[in-house]
Design a protein around this ligand. Sequence first.
Ligand SMILES: Cc1cc2nc3c(=O)[nH]c(=O)nc-3n(C[C@H](O)[C@H](O)[C@H](O)COP(=O)(O)OP(=O)(O)OC[C@H]3O[C@@H](n4cnc5c(N)ncnc54)[C@H](O)[C@@H]3O)c2cc1C
Length: 482
Amino acid sequence: MKDYITVIGGGLAGCEATYQIAKRGIKVKLYEMKPQKFSEAHENKNFAEIVCSNSFKSNLHTNACGLLKEELRLLDSLLIKTADEVSVPAGQALAVDREKFAEKVTQKIESLGNVEIIRQEVGENSNENNLISLKELVRDGIVIIATGPLTSENLSKEIIEITGNEGLHFYDAAAPIIEKNSINMNIAFWGDRYSQERGLEENLEDWKKRIKDNKENNYINLPMDKEEYEKFWQELVNAEIVELHQFEKREIFEGCMPIEVMAKRGIDTLRYGPLKPVGFTDIRTGKRPYALVQLRQDNTEGNLWNMVGFQTNLKFGEQKRVFSLIPGLENAEFVKYGVMHRNTYINSPDLLDETYNLKSNNNIFFAGQITGVEGYVESISSGLISALNAVEIFKQENKKLNDKNDKDKTNFKKIIFPEKTMIGALAKYISTTNKNFQPMNANFGILPELGEKIKDKKLKYQKLADRALECLKNQIFKYKRL
Ligand SMILES: Cc1cc2nc3c(=O)[nH]c(=O)nc-3n(C[C@H](O)[C@H](O)[C@H](O)COP(=O)(O)OP(=O)(O)OC[C@H]3O[C@@H](n4cnc5c(N)ncnc54)[C@H](O)[C@@H]3O)c2cc1C
């Protein structure tokens, strides 16, 4: 058994993990491939490089990412503390001086007495590259893989060996996700294609009642008439799109085309594709709609729904503006916008538990964007949970080795954060069965509902945040004691 824990990747998650392990008195070997090798987006030799926006989003507790940051402050996150120290004016948001941030995190990691830094790529070893392989590091040791959305190809090959071919994704093509409570169910209706019976032969009002609450069907449907569809199409084809980096561009696959690209092929293309209305009756008229958008359930609780076929490169503000034109979505709350970009991530619901530990091997953890959490703060949060649990397993493995009476060498106690906290809810989301798993950022939709119905969104978020922070404060002794 190795007398240290290995962390691969000196990014946001890897640095947080390193700090959390080292401060608990356990040695860490941290592997980082820079400056020997840079990904397409990295260019700074320091750790914790912020590759794009310098914003860590809002500090307000009524913002999901603001709540997550506050939880991380309570848990003594090195990276959030450093971000606070090098913040620049940005109103209610926490924005950082990126150079100072990376420099300061690097200094802090370098000054930890029990951290050995190895500036080398980890990955499949061949005669030409002479790399240290993941297999080697995992042998008799605990490893946290935190190599991010642009994990090097040599390591990806080894990760595929662990996760299987279907287990590793290289590209994100995600549709927006909407809070169910914000959908106008006076327009939307439940129904699978062809499952609705025609309404014309009976009284329309009776038929509406019957269809509206028929939750046995899987989809929520949003019908459009000709005028509504044409207005939506017009705005969609003229909406602003995100400028992708060269390395993020790729060939467009017919089966996974941005909705705006498909729309630009012709005014009716969507009506023969993802907005096909056949097999449905418009709840408002009793007739077949001109076009129809479908929403599919996204989490087991059924409070998050994704827009089928709406993967997109539209700017976030444009998604809100254009997709809110769809009848039924006029007040839609988007918990996540659609994205299409290069992003290495594993199929966490099949592979990981709530501690970011590989279900099939207690010695392997994943952390950061590679687990399917999305964003700077979310990546830091997973680094922290994986580290606390790596420490737990490290201590228990050592104890078990010395305890002749302990026959079960594989059964470990783990630290699972309460799902009422944002940090815990995110860990639960990525590890819960989900056929259509897509990376997820912090949002209030993943927290369990409050016991009461609150219409005012701000008040509801405030209550959810208060509950989360109280819950964490009540249990904080557990995490500090470790
Ligand atoms: C182009 C781009 C733009 C983004 N913009 C934003 C944004 O604006 N806001 C936001 O919140 N998120 C953004 N993200 C997501 C962002 O990358 C993550 O939020 C965050 O950086 C993830 O942290 P991480 O620790 O998982 O990975 P990273 O911070 O990327 O760290 C991974 C580290 O692992 C190293 N590494 C990789 N492979 C190996 C290997 N084989 N051996 C050793 N070291 C290795 C890398 O050099 C890197 O230092 C963006 C991502 C990309 C690619």
